[in-house]
Design a protein. Structure first.
Length: 166
């Protein structure tokens, strides 16, 4: 932010909040041996498995918002740790399906509990996880996440920028 700036931009605040929460989750999950990114993968996989799905890496990437190559790298590390099984999809030999092992399910259940407690603390200023302000905040974030990012910027968009990070 520059000195003449009226205040932080919404993008800057979202970036700062995302970084702070990622660090908080990383620290909370460190004893379990999971990073925030790994947690995002196993927690999503856990929910999808409970719904009867055995997603491909691509499907999990779409669900989490992570890049497919990054999901592949995370899945390999989680497989090496004995938490995830990777198998070729019988319907599409190019696709790799993922599933949590029994140990992966147990680690994920514990991690979900840790993250839920952390979220309750982080959302306390809004009234907690079940508060109306939290629901409104979640709705606003979802609205922003639903905006497609495939709209290319034009050179004039860059010229109109004030030099403030996202």
């Amino acid at each position: 932010m520059s000195k003449g700036s009226p205040g932080p931009t919404p993008g800057f605040l979202v970036w700062r909040l995302a970084n702070r929460w990622r660090v908080a989750v990383d620290r909370a999950l460190a004893p379990s041996g999971l990073t925030h990114a790994q947690y995002s993968l196993v927690a999503s996989l856990y929910g999808m498995q409970r719904a009867g799905e055995r997603p491909s890496q691509r499907r999990l990437a779409d669900h989490t918002g992570l890049e497919a190559l990054y999901v592949s790298k995370l899945a390999r590390a989680l497989e090496a740790a004995g938490l995830v099984e990777r198998a070729r999809d019988p319907r599409d030999p190019r696709a790799v399906q993922l599933a949590l092992t029994e140990e992966g399910q147990a680690v994920t259940r514990r991690a979900i509990g840790v993250v839920q407690e952390l979220l309750e603390r982080l959302l306390e200023p809004l009234g907690g996880l079940g508060a109306e302000r939290t629901h409104a905040f979640t709705h606003e974030l979802t609205t922003l996440l639903d905006v497609p990012l495939d709209v290319p910027l034009t050179p004039s968009d860059h010229e109109n920028s004030k030099g403030t990070p996202p």
